[in-house]
Design a protein around this ligand. Structure first.
Ligand code: NAD
Length: 299
């Protein structure tokens, strides 16, 4: 777990001292990456409201973090696709903590329903084959509902909490929003068109909102995690039968100059930096945390 110095470091002159005691709302905070980010927040004294559809997991995490770090944390039930639910969550957070300083839009993910089983369309595949249809082999087999689910979760699920929690920040003239993007936002990855399009739109929205809220003193940035082995991508990266890396998993590792998947804890430094005044002149950036994946041309 990253615990950066709370007091000003005489040698570097850098400090995260402004973070302790501040209040952060993180959506999807009970998920795999969210949990690691929450650890980094609480370890640095940031009072954290973990908003998640899975209320029990959010509560359990909050209790564990409190006993481990001594920082007050709460789990709050919320659906990032439902404004009323977010308004309700905001009331709970404010009654526990007062005003919200930071928002991290972490809820998101992909679904097999919006994933093609083949990387490329193969004209020789018999279109009428029932098996091909069930496998959702190409773009022509994907249902609108799968696309809509993934697009909404990632894009609308970033927009709505930004509206609900961002407004008070803008009125107060201070705040930070961090969106969670992905590698596929820069160049789409094969098989996952909806997730790629949604995360590209998250990047675009990050820049738009950064410009829109800059005069109000609210900074808006994103982090773009590279490849972390989690529940949402395990089925693509590890063979269910053998437990061995799939061809896709092997390709990812060989295209990541640092030669490994990320550890969720690797996101903590980037998040703390973007929340803190160390990044006070940074807004509208999408920061890759990817072991060099996005820098590598493949040769
Ligand atoms: P995860 O599935 O482990 O966690 C997602 C969390 O969001 C879960 O706790 C889930 O209950 C919650 N959630 C889902 N729908 C929700 C809703 N409508 N309202 C509120 N909460 C909801 O996912 P993760 O791997 O921790 O990913 C977190 C973020 O990072 C996502 O935005 C994801 O797209 C992004 N990301 C993940 C990876 C990776 O390798 N895992 C890479 C790049 C980006």
């Amino acid at each position: 777990m990253t615990k950066l110095p709370l007091k000003s470091n005489q040698e570097s002159g850098f400090s995260l001292s402004g973070l302790s005691g501040r209040v952060c709302v993180i959506t999807g905070g009970a998920g795999i990456l969210g949990q690691a980010i929450c650890h980094g927040l609480a370890a640095n004294g940031i009072r954290t409201a973990i908003l998640d559809l899975n209320h029990e997991a959010a509560n359990n995490l909050a209790r564990a973090l409190e006993s481990e770090t001594g920082t007050r944390c709460i789990g709050v039930s919320a659906d990032v696709l439902n404004k009323e639910s977010l308004e309700q969550a905001k009331k709970i957070v404010e009654s526990e903590f007062g005003q919200v300083d930071f928002l991290i839009n972490g809820a998101g993910g992909n679904s097999p329903k919006a994933t093609t089983s083949k990387e490329n369309y193969q004209p020789s595949s018999p279109l009428e084959s029932g098996v091909e249809k069930i496998e959702r082999s190409s773009i022509f087999d994907l249902d609108q509902s799968g696309f809509k689910f993934v697009f909404d979760l990632n894009f609308m699920g970033t927009l709505l909490p930004s509206q609900i929690f961002g407004e008070d920040m803008a009125k107060r003239g201070k705040g930070v929003i961090i969106n969670i993007s992905s590698m596929n936002s820069f160049k789409p990855l094969t098989k996952i068109p909806a997730y790629s399009a949604a995360k590209a739109s998250v990047n675009n929205f990050t820049q738009w909102l950064a410009v829109h809220l800059a005069p109000a003193g609210v900074r808006v940035n994103a982090i773009a995690p590279g490849f972390f082995l989690t529940d949402q991508n395990r089925f693509l990266l590890i063979d269910k039968e053998t437990g061995e890396p799939t061809a896709r998993g092997q390709k990812i590792k060989s295209n990541t100059p640092m030669g490994r998947y990320g550890d969720p804890e690797n996101l903590q430094g980037a998040v703390l930096f973007l929340l803190s005044d160390l990044s006070s002149f940074i807004t509208g950036v999408i920061l890759p945390v990817d072991g060099g994946y996005s820098a590598y041309g493949g040769v």
